[in-house]
Design a protein around this ligand. Structure first.
Ligand code: NAP
Ligand code: MG
Length: 489
């Protein structure tokens, strides 16, 4: 083929590299803790490294916060709460949040690039999804700041105080926005801890908070490992804990909070099923499945990690999926053509690989795309398992990688019971041409979010949260306000 940008090979397509440049970003060699409006050194003097999982190169050293640092951050947040923040007019508070949103938009390209470098996700995702949605959350909640009484008619909404917030590595900036924006809009101050492997965009957000001129201590961002998170959860002067992460850690936190006055929300794991009926638009459904599990390396709590397909179209769907998998490009997260980036860390890759072995030991048939993957860094080919049974661990447990378990069904009730048969209930998908089936399925799938004929669509106005072991409470939309307020009267 003449066109240099499109070279046909082995029935697939190869595109000329189109890497995002890194000339426009700055990452400091070392970051302190953002406490009381300034970056400060950690009390212990300890730092740890954040690497680029696509190259294994060190990007920066970040501070490891001890419980003494957590205490300083909580004190700074309390001082800001008792001082300017809780006394400020709500409309003024809103202006600061709008300012954060606008700066994020202005610096979107820089944030997208750093997100992809630090976490391994394709630039297409960080550019088109993570960063715009993060800004949208700040815009949305900024608008609520002076309208809280309208959200809760007949009640007097009162801020809680200091919120301790702990987030995972799969959507670092977006999760920070989900947590910080509603907390500030409701008049609280915050101490936020990003995940160990993806601290950089949260630290960049600290710069934005400073540039937006927020009073010192309203937002504190501290880095560290699980113990830092535990110190936030267990600090006596924290009024609210907002956690997003694994169900295992969620359980530890819930136990620690039992019997305290702290309010909490827990957004935990998932094992979502996409249910495809024979009458669905099959090509559209296959694209939705691919989007739901392979994009962002399956590092999505609401990933469609199970496919439950009506028997009469199962062969067709599986074949189309296999064909589509061959076209997915696994590689450089900064390349605009990349579909599947790097797995976030060596330990997550180990976890995924152990499930790949387990699936085969359980008797399932594994199929992976045959395309090359890079040799340095952490990578996983898109993978499907067929011939699985409901009790298999690869059907029941969250893998958090680009791995899809496929089952079949004959009747609606069978499809429904398979969809509901896991400990989780975060999200789900239904694909059919019939509105009646959509209504039946969406009413009976026990999950917080259910998409029909689409998947993984997000909007700040829409609440999000889990049933069963997927969590407690809702974030997003008007529901997300309630999590940061006490309603009096
Ligand atoms: P994780 O191990 O539970 O970690 C989440 C956060 O908690 C990290 O910042 C972690 O710090 C910290 N942490 C670890 N141990 C802690 C403890 N004992 N007390 C307090 N904090 C502690 O989860 P992950 O592996 O990073 O993230 C993947 C999980 O998040 C998946 O299960 C996924 O489904 C879930 N998730 C859920 C949602 C949702 O909205 N429902 C959204 C995204 C992700 P370190 O980074 O240092 O370990
Ligand atoms: Mg990293």
């Amino acid at each position: 083929m003449d066109n240099q940008n499109k070279l046909a090979f082995d029935g697939g397509w190869q595109y000329a590299p189109a890497p995002e440049s890194t000339d426009h970003i700055t990452i400091d060699g070392q970051y302190g803790l953002f406490i009381g409006g300034d970056f400060v050194a950690p009390e212990s003097g300890k730092y740890f490294e954040s690497i680029n999982p696509a190259t294994e190169e060190v990007l920066s050293s970040v501070a490891s916060a001890s419980s003494a640092d957590v205490d300083s951050a909580v004190k700074a947040a309390r001082k800001a709460y008792n001082g300017p923040w809780s006394k400020m007019k709500a409309a003024e508070r809103g202006k600061y949040i709008y300012r954060i949103a606008r700066i994020l938009q202005e610096r979107a390209r820089e944030f997208a690039t750093i997100e992809s470098l630090d976490g391994g996700k394709p630039i297409r995702e960080s550019r088109d999804i993570d960063i715009p949605l993060a800004a949208a959350h700040f815009f949305y909640y900024a608008g609520w700041a002076d309208k809280l009484e309208y959200a809760f008619p007949g009640k007097r909404p009162v801020s809680l105080g200091v919120a301790g917030q702990i987030i995972p590595w799969n959507f670092p900036l977006l999760m920070a926005a989900w947590k910080i924006a509603p907390a500030l809009a409701c008049g609280n101050t915050v101490v936020l801890k990003p995940a160990e492997t993806t601290p950089l965009t949260a630290l960049k957000l600290a710069e934005v908070v400073r540039d937006a001129g927020l009073p010192d201590g309203v937002v504190n961002i501290i880095t560290g490992a699980g113990e830092t998170g535990a110190a936030i959860v267990n600090h006596d002067d924290v009024d609210k804990v907002a956690f997003t992460g694994s169900t295992g850690v969620g359980r530890i936190i819930q136990r620690a909070l039992a019997g305290t006055n702290k309010k909490y929300t827990l957004e935990l794991g998932g094992k979502a099923a996409n249910v495809i009926f024979a009458d669905a638009a099959i090509d559209q459904a296959v694209e939705g499945i691919v989007n739901g599990i392979f994009f962002n390396q399956g590092h999505v709590c609401c990933a469609g990690s199970r496919l439950i397909v009506q028997e009469s179209v199962a062969d067709e769907v599986v074949q189309k999926l296999k064909d589509r998998m061959e076209t997915l490009i696994v590689g450089d997260p900064l390349d605009k053509n990349t579909d599947i980036g790097a797995i976030n860390s060596a330990s997550q890759l180990e976890t995924i690989e152990s499930y790949l072995r387990l699936g085969q030991e359980e008797g399932a048939e594994m199929h992976q795309s045959s395309r090359d993957i890079p040799t340095t860094g952490y990578w996983c080919r898109p993978t499907i398992f067929t011939g699985v049974s409901q009790s298999n661990r690869i059907v029941q447990e969250e893998i958090f990688g680009p791995v899809l378990a496929i089952q079949t069904f004959r009747t609606l009730d069978e499809g429904l019971s398979k969809a509901n048969n896991t400990p989780y209930g975060l999200s789900g998908g239904v694909w059919t041409d019939k509105g009646s089936k959509i209504f039946k399925m969406t009413q009976k799938i026990r999950a917080g979010v259910i998409w029909a004929n689409t998947f993984n669509k997000f909007d700040p106005t829409s609440p999000f949260g889990g049933y069963k072991e997927s969590g407690v409470g809702r974030e997003g939309g008007m529901h997300g306000l309630g999590a940061y307020l006490r309603l009096e009267g």
